[in-house]
Design a protein around this ligand. Structure first.
Ligand code: CA
Ligand code: CA
Length: 509
């Protein structure tokens, strides 16, 4: 474990002061004075949409095949971040990091099925900060970790303090169709490649029901203009099992599904840890099965996109669109055979990169920001845009300067990490700059990788051992070691996981 050096200054988070302030805010917002009510009418709402296991196979990210007309139209009214990355390529750690505004080294959440209340119980989550400042916060579907598909229809590993309203529908994909789903391992769906072209229509599927529920919440919010809302909507697709209505499969010709070539040659220059996310199941794949999996993944994306469209339509028809900030993103990326890998948990571009679009009133529209950013940056961005008080120990940057002027470079790099080798294992850290990806496994002891994205966007040639690139390796290694202390809490220790059950208490946790 790499520890934060003690001599480095860190931001101190004065819990006592913050709790008192937060309590006052909540009391003020409960006593709806005419001044506050009219101020609230002008405060922007937030519609936070997240898809699960979605990579950048999206039309507005220049994918040649995948049809996503609704995400594309959102990009036309906002800023599309070309280089956005998760902080950990796995659902639970990534979502806990994004929703606390802290790196995984500060949340202590490096696995699924855990929640930050077990490590840093008094930290305020993103939507909790909005609640404490008078917003109505609702969750529809998956925001924190869920076991998909078995926990669909429940609260999953949710945080009750984050929301005033939670809705957890379960559709035919969860309740009826599991016996019909093809899987590489029989009856195994959540972590195993599995798919099904459903004969049932959109509205019977979980994601269709989520869109309906979100539309209903928006309708309720539209009647309460005195109280702004933070509506978080978490779709389950395209997470496995890739179940979507049949018409979405028909949009993708099986024979045209792209297969990755040259894998045997490509992996020769890779350290073992780089391929550590390989699963035995994936060896069962044949080329026809690979094409079926990719078709089903693309079909699931287009199905999810259609549900995004229904919610955007509702926002517009209720007259809420002009005063609502809309975020669309994913919890991490996804491999479809690159370097021989499938799914997540690698530090390559496909697994660590996410789509990220932010549409905000008064900010740039239809623009692309090229500078690297992270999911860690969403918390301070949204609180700044809405004038909501946020904890002082947030570790991301506000993207507001980039939303105003997408050529603004901001921090200029993003850090992603992943663990290898179980409890006593080691971390890999990768830093992405506009041109380079540089990765160190166990501080370099288990290998290094360097890719030049100007000349090698698919990360085929590992340049880390090339003497011509020694200066770049040195510079980027120094950048990782400079960045790393900023990912730990002020005391330099990753908080330990407690088994104690956290009693939800919004104002005095
Ligand atoms: Ca996920
Ligand atoms: Ca290679």
């Amino acid at each position: 474990m790499i520890r934060k050096p003690i001599f480095l200054p860190g931001s101190l988070y004065s819990l006592g002061i913050f709790v008192i302030t937060a309590t006052c805010f909540s009391v003020i917002s409960a006593t709806i004075s005419p001044t506050i009510a009219s101020a609230n009418e002008t405060r922007p709402n937030v519609l936070f949409i997240i898809s699960d296991d979605l990579n950048n196979s999206i039309g507005c990210y220049d994918h040649e095949l995948v049809q996503t007309p609704n995400i594309d139209r959102l990009a036309r009214r906002g800023v599309r971040f070309e280089r956005a990355y998760c902080q950990y390529p796995l659902c639970g750690p990534s979502r806990n990091s994004m929703l606390t505004g802290l790196y995984p080294n500060s949340t202590g959440i490096h696995q699924n099925s855990q929640i930050f209340r077990q490590t840093i119980p008094s930290h305020h989550s993103l939507s909790q900060a909005f609640r404490l400042d008078g917003y109505f916060a609702a969750r529809v579907g998956k925001l924190y970790h869920y076991n998909v598909p078995k926990s669909v229809g429940t609260n999953g590993h949710d945080d009750p303090g984050s929301w005033e309203l939670e809705l957890n529908p379960a559709g035919c994909d969860r309740l009826l169709e599991e016996p019909d789903i093809f899987s590489l391992r029989k009856n195994s769906f959540g972590g195993t490649l599995s798919w099904y072209a459903s004969p049932r229509g959109d509205k019977l599927h979980t994601d269709g029901m989520l869109a309906d529920d979100a539309c209903w919440v928006l309708e309720r919010c539209a009647k309460r203009r005195d109280r702004p809302f933070f509506l978080a909507l978490g779709f389950y697709r395209p997470h496995t099992p890739y179940v979507a209505p049949q018409p979405y499969f028909e949009k993708y010709d099986l024979s045209q599904m792209p297969l990755v070539a040259n894998v045997d040659e490509d992996v020769k220059d890779l350290p073992k840890a780089a391929l550590g996310s390989h699963k035995k199941d994936h060896e069962l794949l044949t080329d026809p099965l690979r094409q079926q999996a990719i078709q089903a993944y693309f079909a699931s994306i287009t199905f999810m996109d259609a549900q995004v469209g229904r919610v955007l339509d509702q926002l517009e028809s209720l007259g809420l669109a002009d005063n609502t900030i809309i975020v669309f993103t994913s919890d991490h990326g996804y491999h479809l055979g690159e370097h021989g890998l499938w799914q997540k948990m690698s530090l390559f571009e496909e697994s660590s990169r996410v789509p990220m679009i932010v549409s905000a009133p008064g900010m740039a529209q239809g623009k692309v920001a090229e500078t690297p950013v992270g999911l860690i940056d969403l918390y301070p961005t949204l609180t700044q845009l809405c004038g909501v008080k946020s904890p002082e120990n947030l570790q991301g940057q506000s993207l507001v300067p980039i939303l105003k002027d997408p050529t603004h470079t901001g921090r200029g790099w993003t850090l992603t990490q992943v663990k290898r080798g179980g409890k006593k294992g080691f971390f890999g850290y990768t830093v992405r700059t506009p041109r380079w990806r540089y990765t160190e496994w166990d501080e370099g002891k288990a290998g290094r990788e360097l890719y030049d994205h100007d000349n090698d966007p698919t990360e085929q040639n590992n340049l880390a051992e090339s003497s011509a690139h020694a200066a770049t390796v040195k510079e980027l290694s120094a950048l990782i070691h400079k960045a790393l202390p900023q990912t730990f809490p002020a005391d330099g220790e990753t908080p330990a996981l407690s088994d104690k059950v956290w009693a939800p208490n919004l104002t005095n946790p």
